[in-house]
Design a protein around this ligand. Structure first.
Ligand SMILES: [Zn+2]
Ligand SMILES: [Zn+2]
Length: 336
């Protein structure tokens, strides 16, 4: 996520997208633009799905949006988080102070929502080491600090009260089920209503842009890092197998033909692995060198994003045995 110079003004008008479901776009300071939060009304019980970043603009837009449908933050009965990224959860604490309600999320969201000090230290060490293994020069490693600075700016420390798991029925929403869709984030949940086959999919599937399968540290020091793109493809396939009439995303417009879009996304990842194999024809390369070749205009500006994207595709190629890894004094080189 990169900061933009100015925030796109959001019109902060909620749209009813399904029976009892309102989509409300909130402005963010990030290149991705507005983030959609959702309001689910069920028998007068009101659920807020995601809350937006910690900015004055998002705060005003959320309050104004609720007003348009004759509600206010005090009416919210529970909060559900699709995943832990700052554009979705940044202003959770401020919202919670007013709603005084329980927050539900996947257990892996908790350390990020809490900005848990020991976990975040481990997080930073993990990325410093990862970027060194990728062959990144020492002077570029301050990206780890800058990323943390971004989190601290657009997110306040908060907490998760209850954990949600795959296939669990949502509290107070008996028609809705939790679908665990890891890949874009390890904590990523989608919400599915069987009756009319609608899904609130967070950043798992977005119409106008392919979601990044962000590299994340493992849950603790004794585990290895999850292969996020491999995981993401599995989650996409799981959703493709489900009957879904409409997908509501964390950014952009609703998706009508989810299977077609998922097939395009799956195909695109294989196309990129073909690019990587082509670049490896003239000898072994590091992930950083491959990132520079794949994203020549973007790689220095969006390091965490392009390294995630590049490593994810390398993981895919390693998983199917098409490339080999060679550890040269702590830097990993890939070859055909
Ligand atoms: Zn996200
Ligand atoms: Zn997002």
């Amino acid at each position: 996520m990169s900061a933009k110079s100015s925030q796109t003004p959001s019109n902060a008008t909620p749209t009813q997208v399904a029976n009892g479901v309102y989509q409300l776009p909130l402005p963010t300071p990030f290149a991705v633009g507005d983030v959609n939060v959702y309001i689910i009304m069920d028998n007068d019980h009101m659920t807020l799905v995601d809350v937006g970043p910690y900015t004055e603009e998002a705060w005003l837009a959320l309050n104004q949006g609720l007003q348009v449908i004759g509600k206010k933050l005090e009416d919210v009965d529970q909060i559900i988080l699709t995943h832990h990224h700052v554009d979705h959860i940044g202003q959770l604490e401020r919202v919670k102070q007013v709603t005084q309600t329980a927050v539900y999320a996947h257990p892996l969201a908790a350390p990020y929502v809490e900005l848990n000090e020991s976990f975040m230290q481990f997080h930073d060490q993990f990325f410093t080491r990862l970027y060194r293994e990728c062959g990144m020069q020492e002077e570029l490693l301050d990206v780890v600090k800058r990323y943390r600075g971004m989190m601290n700016k657009f997110q306040q420390k908060s907490s998760v009260d209850y954990w949600l798991e795959h296939e669990q029925v949502l509290p107070h929403l008996p028609d809705w089920q939790v679908i665990y869709t890891p890949g874009h984030s390890q904590s990523h949940l989608s919400l599915y209503r069987l009756a009319d086959q609608v899904m609130i999919a967070g950043d798992h599937l977005i119409a106008h842009v392919s979601s990044n399968a962000f590299i994340e540290p493992p849950r603790d020091q004794s585990s290895t890092r999850p292969l996020t793109l491999v995981q993401y493809r599995t989650s996409l396939e799981m959703v493709a197998a489900m009957d879904v009439k409409m997908v509501f995303s964390g950014h952009g417009e609703p998706i009508l033909n989810h299977r077609k879009l998922i097939m395009e996304r799956l195909q695109k990842t294989w196309d990129r692995t073909a690019d990587i194999r082509r670049y490896l024809h003239d000898g072994p390369k590091t992930a950083f060198e491959l990132a520079a070749l794949l994203f020549p205009k973007l790689y220095l500006k969006e390091l965490p994003l392009v390294i995630s994207e590049t490593l994810g595709h390398i993981d895919l190629l390693v998983t199917v045995g098409q490339i080999k890894v060679d550890n040269r004094e702590g830097v990993l080189y890939y070859q055909l």
